[in-house]
Design a binder for this molecule. Structure first.
Ligand SMILES: [Zn+2]
Length: 243
């Protein structure tokens, strides 16, 4: 919204929710993604942010998205890698977490989306996780027993765990801190950032490049202690790793 202040945004969900920011409540449409109540070519862009994994008939939904987005429009998708440690952990803690689709190959998923929407893939980006879904404060009235393994969701302990996962990735070439992928399809008018940002905030999930953290002088450090920063969005303490 910051980049397109005049954009008219329509939010769609199968279920109505009364939580969330005011802008989320505006222009809300309750409908099934597999049967979108919009005319052909209605939208300049469609955003499916962390939602394809929740949709029962994902191929029908993709066909519908291809129908309602303009021929020169854009489509953004972000999904978890179903084979990643992050997604497995999420599904274990949340007893499935309503993830009904598991995507294990970026190439296969991108080809599937392209075929259904008839939009060309223009960029793919690897997304990293901060495991912020382990935050004990999310759970009401209290965290589940499974969270005992993760210091009952203590944010500083989670920050330390994500830091250890990122260090392991750097040393051994593993993908322990990977969340999934972002895909950009169609006509994307602005340059797409494709570099992976490993520093994702444990408190709010906002990712920032190492360069931005350095240039804004957000990094702090003490002797023998890893460099760290306090998230400008939520204030949470995060341990820093170079991208
Ligand atoms: Zn934050």
């Amino acid at each position: 919204m910051e980049c397109c202040p005049d954009a008219q945004v329509v939010r769609l969900d199968r279920l109505f929710t009364t939580t969330g920011a005011d802008f989320v409540q505006a222009n809300f449409v309750q409908a099934d993604a597999a049967r979108l109540p919009f005319r052909d070519g209605t939208f300049d862009a469609v955003v499916a942010n962390h939602c394809l994994e929740h949709i029962d008939d994902v191929d029908a939904a993709l066909c519908e998205i291809g129908r309602v987005v303009r021929g020169n429009g854009a489509f953004y998708v972000a999904v978890p890698d179903g084979s990643s440690l992050t997604d497995r952990l999420y599904r274990w803690i949340y007893h499935g977490g309503e993830h009904v689709n598991l995507f294990r190959s970026a190439e296969e998923l991108a080809a599937r989306i392209s075929a259904a929407t008839r939009l060309e893939l223009v960029a793919t980006r690897v997304l990293h996780s901060s495991l912020f879904f382990l935050n004990g404060a999310i759970f009401k009235p209290r965290p589940p027993r499974r969270l005992w393994l993760f210091a009952n969701g203590n944010l500083r302990a989670i920050a330390l765990l994500t830091y250890a996962l990122r260090l392991t990735d750097r040393a051994l070439g593993t993908r322990l801190s990977v969340y999934g992928w972002a895909f950009y399809f169609g006509c994307v008018r602005e340059p797409v950032e494709t570099a992976a940002w490993t520093n994702v905030c444990v408190g709010c999930g906002v990712g920032r490049s190492a360069e931005v953290l350095r240039s804004n002088r957000l990094l702090k450090g003490w002797l023998f202690f890893p460099r760290f920063y306090n998230c400008p969005t939520c204030g949470a303490l995060n341990l820093f790793t170079p991208d």
